[in-house]
Design a protein around this ligand. Sequence first.
Ligand code: PLP
Length: 287
Amino acid sequence: MGRVAYVNGRFVAQRDAQVSIEDRGYQFADAVYEVWSLFGGKLADSEGHFARLERSLGEIAIPMPMSRRALILVLKEAVRRNRVREGLVYLQVSRGVAPRDHPFPKTPVPPAVVITVSAVDRAASEARAAKGVGVVTTPETRWGRCDIKTVGLLPNVLAKQKAREAGAVEAWFVDELGFVTEGGSSNAWIVDRDGRLRTRDTNANILRGVTRRTLMEVIATEGLEVDERPFTPADAHAAREAFITGAGTLVLPVVSVDGKPVGEGKPGPLATKLRRLYIEQAKATAI
Ligand code: PLP
């Protein structure tokens, strides 16, 4: 008998099981999961795993997809249908399916639920335990690789949701030294009080924005310079102008940071000009 998966309210043959490509787990890692060990077909440590599931969901504001009682029934039914006595139960709950946009869906969607069950060979795991295993060490980089354009975007999702709730469009991440790194889906720039263009250097833990790179060429062609020196939110408040860059936003003037105006609180002349020049350059070189 083949394995059976539970997907959004239905038990289906696992080889045919599918989730939408717009599932936010797939698009943003906007999801949590739990794993229970099965002994004699029963969920081990169940209280601890349910408590952690509820906590993880709560921390990222995903509602429990159903009551704990109902979920236990579904998990047990999944175990029963798979006829597994010794094994593992995997549960994933994502924020649901919605058109791709970092913040939470404006119209709430039901969380998406996937459950799979797999068998464990207890004799083999006991044999391994009797021998013991080796480990290796690795630098703690979870998640220090913002230079990779990964779909592991949950921190960006939460930051951009915070921005939306504050009536803003983007969130700027600030590092432990108080400097702006980049936006949730864009690079961050200011024209400082002395008129210098500034954006974070790419030795920092940021995404190497393609729009950022091209804009630098445009800026050089204009005979201007970019100072890749970190700036703080206070520098942004004192700046003449600010803007963000990205394939989605192009060059987008920023008029306030944390509710406080930047410059005159309206799109600055340099940001506006750079937007125009970037679009011209992008159109001229598009293939
Ligand atoms: N930084 C982050 C975190 C992004 O997600 C993006 C784009 O989505 C950018 C910067 C801007 O990169 P690009 O100009 O290549 O679109």
